[in-house]
Design a protein around this ligand. Structure first.
Ligand SMILES: [Zn+2]
Length: 307
């Protein structure tokens, strides 16, 4: 991030920020200062589809940031570990989010309540030019699904998506997220896919090619939200890091954690394999943030830069 540039931008923003009193009582004469709006900043300045956005609020003394909203989804703020008065939130922009200008809002509690104030801001989301990939899967039953397989996939999809449709749990993650396994880069995030010549879903994670049996580490501290053997994902681990962030580890040869267990950053959750629909041993790792499919590299980059 270019700090000089961000500084200028933040200044412009604080001058144009919309400030609305939502409380019934208006501040009495002489109390004008307590109503000053806090400064809202974010990075990257114009995020792309599939990116992680860091939004922070520099609150004035005594102000606390209660909640916020963007794209009709909640923003989960927590006090910054190293910077007094700062409140941080990470927000996921889904890979298929329509580009454009979107308004968000943040609820700020003033020290001499009961005033609750709403600060609004506007963010431009740019399109990402995801590439394409074409490959062949010889086992046709994994491409043209039987009635039984379709029913199984539907059931598994519902089980998995119930994770992020539930209310976000308490924040467990801390500091930068890690790459779970060392290896060679495989399919990148967001690729539009043709399998056996037919258009299929875009790639919603990042693949790392690594030998079978190599340990796979938890990208950050979290709770094991789900483990299982799924039709496409094979043996898979889903970690809930709190504040709406989930990481996923697919195609494992072995799972080494149990549902409900809290794992620390770097703890082994399983071993690289090629279970489910995979053409060779690799780790598919995915990230959901508030349900949005985001690039794991973006989560690592954002948390390395700002936390
Ligand atoms: Zn993959």
């Amino acid at each position: 991030m270019d700090c000089g540039r961000m500084g200028k931008r933040a200044w412009l923003l604080s001058a144009s920020v919309v400030f609305v009193l939502t409380g019934i009582a208006a501040p009495a004469a002489g109390e004008g200062d307590i109503g000053a709006p806090p400064k809202v900043s974010w990075s990257p300045e114009e995020p792309k589809q599939g990116e992680v956005l860091h939004i922070w609020v520099d609150a004035l003394e005594g102000q606390s940031v209660e909640a916020g909203e963007l794209l009709s989804k909640p923003l989960h703020f927590s006090p910054s570990a190293g910077k007094p008065g700062r409140w941080d939130a990470l927000f996921g922009i889904d890979m298929a989010q329509k580009p454009g200008e979107y308004k968000g809002s943040i609820q700020v509690q003033q020290p001499l309540g009961p005033f609750g104030e709403k600060v609004t801001f506007s963010i431009r989301i740019r399109p990402e030019s995801f590439g394409e990939e074409r490959f062949t899967i010889p086992d046709k039953s994994k491409v043209h699904l039987s009635k039984e397989s379709l029913a199984r996939v539907k059931k598994e999809k519902a089980e998995i998506s119930s994770l992020w449709s539930a209310e976000a749990s308490e924040k467990l993650w801390e500091g930068p997220f890690l790459t779970p396994v060392e290896g060679r880069p495989g399919s990148a995030f967001g690729l539009r896919r043709w399998i056996n010549g037919e258009r299929r879903s875009s790639h919603s994670g990042m693949d790392v090619k690594a030998p079978e049996g190599r340990p796979v580490a938890a990208a950050n501290r979290g709770r094991v939200a789900l483990v299982g053997d799924f039709f496409f994902a094979g043996k898979a681990v889903f970690l809930d890091h709190g504040a709406g962030i989930y990481t996923m580890y697919f195609h494992l040869s072995e799972i080494q954690v149990e549902q409900g267990q809290v794992v620390h950053k770097g703890e082994v959750v399983g071993l690289v394999g090629m279970t489910g629909r995979a053409t060779g041993p690799h780790l598919h790792w995915g990230v959901r943030l508030g349900g949005a499919r985001v690039d794991p590299a973006s989560l690592i980059g954002r948390t390395e830069a700002d936390f």
